[in-house]
Design a protein around this ligand. Sequence first.
Ligand SMILES: Nc1nc2c(ncn2[C@@H]2O[C@H](COP(=O)(O)OP(=O)(O)OP(=O)(O)O)[C@@H](O)[C@H]2O)c(=O)[nH]1
Ligand SMILES: [Mg+2]
Length: 309
Amino acid sequence: MAEARGAQAGRYATVALVGLPNSGKSTLLNTLVGEKLAAVSQTPQTTRGRITGVVNRGPVQLAFLDTPGVHQARHALNQRMLHHVDIALAEADLILWVVDADGFLGPGERDLAKRLKEARQPVYLILNKLDLVSKGRLLEKIAAYKDLLAFREIVPVGAKLAQNLDPLWSILERDAPEGPWAFEDDTFTDQTERSMAAEFIREKILRKTREEVPHGVAVVIRAWTEAGEEAYPEDGPEGGTCIEAEVLVERAGHRKILLGSQGAMISDIRTSAQRELRKLLQRPVRLELRIKVEEDWRDRPDQLDKLEL
Ligand SMILES: Nc1nc2c(ncn2[C@@H]2O[C@H](COP(=O)(O)OP(=O)(O)OP(=O)(O)O)[C@@H](O)[C@H]2O)c(=O)[nH]1
Ligand SMILES: [Mg+2]
């Protein structure tokens, strides 16, 4: 990695975003970075891997690590997801524990608190979804959480509407340790266009399907061609990108649900994913989706390896 601007006098922190599923970690990542990097949905366990988003603020570089929500591991896939949390916690200089301020303090939170108590790094309690709670309820929340562990700071934020982020920025800038930046000053993520494309397709599926279907879905990019390349389809959009993706499901029944009546569901997913990819890539995109049944892929290490999960 080349030495980045400000390396001498600069400060740098790896900041882990951890918490229970659905607390808004990925939304916060996207808002802090100002770019959509991570998939967001109402379905718990949306995020499966570690996603880095980099922000430079004056002399300070902050690399945020979004992680999968901490939950009970029922499949081999979930164990791998939780491994990403362990790595992020080990790598982090600062730890943001993101909590849904509208939720309740349950056993999942208590277990995570126990774990974070062991951490050598400072832990910050981020009470997210400010827009959903009254001031009184927020104070109750703070009172309920504050003795769980010795938080360095407690900051209420609204990730979705970018509320109250200034205090958070000030704290992070203040507490980032001195040291060289880890990323070039024009880098904002470690994700490739291909992996973001696969995530955004999966996000559309998560948003449109329910229960077991979304958890058993994986998206693989099978072909990606740019205008001008030999393999580019003749009827592909001018100056654009043609993407073929495979959607893996665990059961024939799930395939049926995903297809919808007369293919209406998959067609809807394809259209909205294509629109999102056009935004991401800033050029015309043609997306094709194929659904493939791969029985129990979530429990098969060979499949998980292939999917790079
Ligand atoms: N009202 C409100 N909703 C929010 C806020 N932040 C996130 N959400 C919503 O909460 C849901 C979960 O958000 P995500 O960012 O996917 O949560 P996550 O913690 O990354 O979830 P996992 O990846 O499953 O662990 C989505 O429906 C978001 O739109 C907020 O500040 N206010
Ligand atoms: Mg997430």
